[in-house]
Design a protein around this ligand. Structure first.
Ligand SMILES: Nc1ncnc2c1ncn2[C@@H]1O[C@H](COP(=O)(O)OP(=O)(O)OP(=O)(O)O)[C@@H](O)[C@H]1O
Ligand SMILES: [Ca+2]
Ligand SMILES: [Ca+2]
Length: 604
């Protein structure tokens, strides 16, 4: 067939259009402090972009300033000041399919969950009777009561739906005089058991997740009669959203990469720990300083949760523009965060939101059904890798979406930089499925693994290296355990990741070399999402034909697929077997690659 060369996928490096009209003015509109806007929401307001009370509004657009529009029309606008930029940018702006980003509201189900104010047709949260709970709400958190003794509170630096954040200083001790941020959450706002539980969990997660440079550093939590106080490192550079807007809505590819690398890094870390953030958006990333190259920190774990490796969450939480389709379908895990990063990446590169409508239900419809546009400027002038990167984050099928660690291995993000790829929890999930597979399926996966390209092998090689401390070409269960321990925080215990390793017990009596590792940890679903999947599969089938395909007894296949005696085997399996010689057909091979559950669903 001539396709079977395992040719490295060529990534034609197009010259990226590095125009950044406002690249040097990123702090231009940050003078009113971080979070000068509010993400607070009017739960009953059906208009997703309706102005919030108490925030500044643009006279030109139905959302708050700062917005790019502010810059086009203001005398102080960098665009107005810079003749080099004023010719192209405004035109591009008016061609945008959607308005530029504004602060995202939490979806109404979140508010219902927090406040118990569920409108009849929005009643998406089935948990117990709120009326009963109000009577006996326990607002004691067990946090230290000495906030007032320890901290001197300064001015407000930001505000959210659930509280406000102030700068503060340690009054005494070793850290005397050091600045911190304090998120103050009034207990009066905690009107449901769920709201209280969410605050408990926010603190628990902040406490458990320690030691990543792109995660806001948590100091401690305090409480008194009126408030909970979450004390953390003070980030003085403002929100990513403000910086996007102050740059006129878009970043150059290089600048976007620098931001996305940090976001992906911290999110990969959270996912390895079994924490899903569930509210990733540019408002929830802060710069440590006003500096252009300032480090970025993830904040606001208010909607975050622990998730076990083989568990799905079902509560609808997040912010509308950033919410993943599977969250709306109520069965999701860490991949939902990756979707949100896809939305952020889309915004960074083109300045508008990929899924936009005036109402929450309109946004949800777009998220579920619409394909984001890559035809409008500036997309055609951006690099093919950039578009490919964003599309692979915004795949509606979570199984086909890249993970954070894979995204860090993507040629666009990687470019010439020495990006360190973190350990990926997906590797363990795939390994578990592999260990439970039949020898026939293992042979099929091995054939497929021989067709992987240089880019795909790069990621697997990185993962293998992280698990292979002795560099002897093989890994053992002990190596895997050690790699996890090395990366573990307290969060990992909560999300039961060590228990999950029990499923890899079959590995305790043998070692795995890189070839088998590739077969074990390649994701058929992800490969299937690639344009060249047909080539991969055909190629792999050819290899399998030469070395592995054999006549199959139907009963054998039936037992492999877990078909019971009541299922009419012939009816289900006739398209799996080649009539001429009783061997696996191409279709059967592809179904086998996917494993039992999927094959059955498709076959029946
Ligand atoms: N460590 C920090 N340093 C500086 N500013 C901060 C810090 N933490 C939070 N802020 C500011 O306070 C705002 C609100 O904080 P946060 O997002 O945690 O609150 P929230 O009530 O959970 O908000 P939301 O409505 O998004 O859920 C942030 O958007 C940011 O502007
Ligand atoms: Ca927030
Ligand atoms: Ca929050």
């Amino acid at each position: 067939m001539g396709l079977c060369n395992s040719k490295p996928y060529s990534n034609p490096t197009r010259s990226s259009r590095n125009f950044d009209p406002h690249g040097n003015s990123s702090t231009a509109n940050n003078n009113d402090g971080a979070g000068a806007h509010s993400s607070s929401v009017n739960g009953g307001n059906p208009s997703a972009d309706a102005p919030n009370d108490g925030v500044k509004r643009s006279p030109f657009f139905p959302f708050y300033t700062p917005s790019p529009a502010h810059y086009w029309f203001s005398k102080k606008s960098p665009a107005a000041r810079s003749p080099a930029t004023s010719d192209s940018t405004p035109r591009r702006f008016f061609k945008r399919p959607f308005p530029p980003p504004s602060p995202a509201k939490h979806i109404r189900a979140v508010l219902a969950r927090r406040h118990g104010s569920v409108k009849p047709n929005e009643a998406t949260i089935p948990e117990g009777s709120e009326a009963d709970e109000v009577v006996a709400l326990d607002k004691n958190f067990g946090f230290s009561k000495h906030f007032g003794n320890k901290f001197e509170v300064g001015s407000e630096v930001g505000r959210g739906h659930f509280g406000y954040t102030c700068a503060a200083k340690f009054k005494k001790g070793e850290l005397k005089g050091q600045q911190v941020a304090v998120k103050v959450i009034p207990k009066a706002k905690m009107t449901t058991a769920i709201a209280i539980e969410d605050v408990r969990r926010e603190v628990k997660i902040l406490r458990a997740l320690t030691g990543h440079k792109n995660l806001v550093q948590f100091y401690d939590a305090y409480e008194d009669h009126d408030n909970v106080y979450i004390v953390m490192e003070l980030c003085e550079g403002g929100e990513l959203l403000d910086r996007i807007l102050s740059r006129g809505g878009k970043y150059t590819e290089e600048d976007a990469k620098a931001v996305l690398r940090q976001i992906l890094n911290v999110v990969a870390f959270c996912h390895l720990q079994g924490v899903v953030h569930r509210d990733l958006k540019p408002e929830n990333f802060l710069f440590t300083s006003k500096d252009d190259n300032s480090e970025l920190k993830a904040i606001d774990f208010g909607l975050s949760d622990f998730v076990k490796p083989d568990e799905r969450l079902n509560d609808i939480v997040g912010s509308a523009y950033y919410v993943a389709p599977e969250v709306l379908h109520r069965a999701y895990s860490t991949e939902a965060d990756i979707w949100s990063i896809g939305v952020i990446a889309y915004i960074l590169l083109c300045g508008s939101r990929p899924f936009w409508a005036r109402t929450e239900s309109g946004i949800f419809r777009a998220v579920l059904k619409a394909d984001p546009s890559f035809d409008e400027p500036p997309w055609p002038s951006l690099s093919a890798e950039a578009r490919n990167f964003v599309k692979r984050l915004l795949n509606k099928d979570p199984r086909k979406r890249m993970t954070a660690a894979q995204a860090l291995s993507h040629p666009w993000i990687k470019s010439n930089k020495d990006v360190k790829v973190p350990l990926d929890i997906l590797i363990f999930k795939l390994m578990k499925a592999y260990m439970r597979s039949s020898s026939l399926r293992k042979a099929a996966l091995r054939a497929l693994s021989k067709t992987l390209t240089v880019d795909e092998l790069f990621y697997l090689k990185e993962q293998f290296t992280l698990l292979e401390p002795n560099k002897n070409g093989t890994i053992s269960l002990e190596n895997i355990k050690a790699a996890l321990v090395k990366n573990a925080t307290d969060a990992m215990k909560e999300s039961r990741i060590p228990d999950f390793l029990g499923s890899l017990n079959a590995l305790q009596y043998r070692r795995m070399d890189f070839d088998e590792f590739c077969a074990a940890t390649l994701s058929v679903h992800q490969l299937e999402a690639l344009d060249r999947w047909e080539q991969h599969a055909r190629c792999a089938y050819e290899l399998f034909e030469k070395d592995g395909n054999r006549a199959i007894v139907i009963e054998e296949l039936a037992s492999e697929l877990g078909l019971g005696p009541s299922v009419p085997v012939h009816a289900v399996l006739h398209d799996w077997i080649r009539h001429t010689d009783g061997k696996l057909s191409f279709l059967g091979f592809v179904k086998l690659l996917h494993g039992p559950s999927r094959s059955l669903v498709k076959a029946q």
